[in-house]
Design a protein. Structure first.
Length: 221
């Protein structure tokens, strides 16, 4: 009888460890979904001096990272913008009064996060729209412009040759992101992203999901 008991104990002992091992191998709980989107856009310049530089230009590639609440195992609820980066490489050919000038733009636009690494907060509605009730924080553009032609240094055009280009961080009121039925892509209608004495910059956005991860985010004051 003692031998039988010892054999049963030998068999049952590893089985008793299975729940603990399964618990150790289980995926950690998460409270948010971090989704990255490849982004492109259209930049429309208006209100340039004498309309010489008005026009629409494709921009990108870019990257947007949104953090959704976890709602029943799916992204939903509140939405936080943690990263926005867009390459702006385009050429403006301006012609007025028989004069021509070409400006090559090579810049990058980014947002500035707060102490919690968040640049904007919104919410996903039942209509699959993410609305931004307040402007995105600290939108700024940095890079270079290269000007050639007879109007360089005049009528708002940059100086001849290559020069640094910077816009200081400023808030921008972005339009809602309208998501497709599968939530894998979105479109944003035109929004004014910058206005100065030499032009008004208007932009549309399109995004396509490239990465998705369920993450655990610690509370941030």
């Amino acid at each position: 009888m003692k031998k039988i008991i010892r054999k049963l104990a030998f068999v049952l002992f590893p089985l008793a460890l299975l729940p603990a091992l399964a618990h150790a191998d289980a995926a950690p709980a998460c409270n948010a979904w971090e989704i990255e989107y490849a982004a492109t856009g259209q930049l429309r310049l208006s209100d340039t001096p004498m309309g010489a530089g008005n026009g629409t230009h494709a921009i990108g590639p870019g990257k947007i990272v949104l953090r959704f609440d976890d709602v029943g195992g799916q992204p939903g609820g509140s939405v936080k913008l943690t990263s926005y980066e867009m390459a702006n490489k385009f050429t403006v050919d301006a012609h007025v009064l028989g004069l021509g000038t070409t400006v090559v733009n090579d810049t990058i636009t980014r947002t500035t996060g707060n102490v919690c690494g968040v640049a904007a907060e919104g919410a996903l509605g039942g209509d699959r729209l993410v609305r931004w009730p307040s402007p995105w924080n600290g939108v700024h553009t940095d890079g270079t412009q290269t000007c050639s032609g007879s109007m360089c240094g005049k009528f708002g055009a940059p100086a001849r040759g290559q020069s640094a280009f910077h816009t200081p961080p400023h808030p921008v009121a972005f339009k809602p992101f309208a998501f497709a039925a599968d939530m894998k892509s979105f479109h944003m209608d035109e929004a004014v992203t910058n206005r100065s004495s030499r032009d008004t910059v208007n932009m549309t956005l399109d995004g396509r999901e490239t990465r998705r991860a369920c993450v655990t985010v610690a509370p941030c004051p």
